[in-house]
Design a protein around this ligand. Structure first.
Ligand code: ZN
Length: 163
């Protein structure tokens, strides 16, 4: 990315992280911002694949919205696991200890959260693109990017609990 691209990326991240912190992501379409600097409004300005830029934005917002494994997040993880027919018999400690059953549910929750985020970005503006994680299927570069983002989000949220 050249300097101008980096600036737009940082402005975009900053904008969406602020919205995530205020828990206003669902209404992101109605929040005023510099649309010319916004890579979601202006996917034509993305230096690389807009899909990865969109996923990256969501992945950087999730730990802002959910900075730690609090009871609310653990309940949300268990709910997603239940919907998917996965085991829900894990505790907060199992997540902190990164036990397999718990991590499988946590991974699913992050994946679902990325998907929801992409849905919300698709209605961000008349010029924003509509993506789903399905758009990564069969494209190794995108699949690897999504997996990397999921790992990073889990590490960041678990990292808050490591001390
Ligand atoms: Zn925008």
């Amino acid at each position: 990315m050249d300097r101008k691209d980096t600036q737009a990326f940082e402005a975009t991240i900053c904008h969406f992280q602020r919205i995530a912190k205020e828990n206003r992501f669902a209404e992101n379409a109605s929040i005023a911002h510099d649309t010319d600097q916004c890579l979601v409004c202006r996917p034509d300005r993305c230096a690389g694949d807009p899909f990865t830029v969109y996923v990256d934005i969501i992945a950087r917002c999730l730990p802002v919205r959910r900075p730690r494994l609090d009871p609310d997040l653990v309940a949300a993880i268990a709910e997603d696991a239940q919907w998917a027919g996965l085991s829900t018999s894990f505790t907060v400690q199992d997540l902190k200890d990164r036990r397999a059953t718990a991590m499988k549910a946590f991974r699913l929750w992050v994946r679902n959260a990325l998907e929801t985020g992409l849905e919300l970005l698709s209605v961000h503006s008349p010029t924003s693109l509509s993506f789903s994680l399905e758009d990564a299927r069969g494209i190794p570069q995108r699949e690897a990017f999504v997996e990397g983002c999921i790992e990073r989000v889990m590490d960041q949220i678990l990292g808050e609990n490591s001390t």
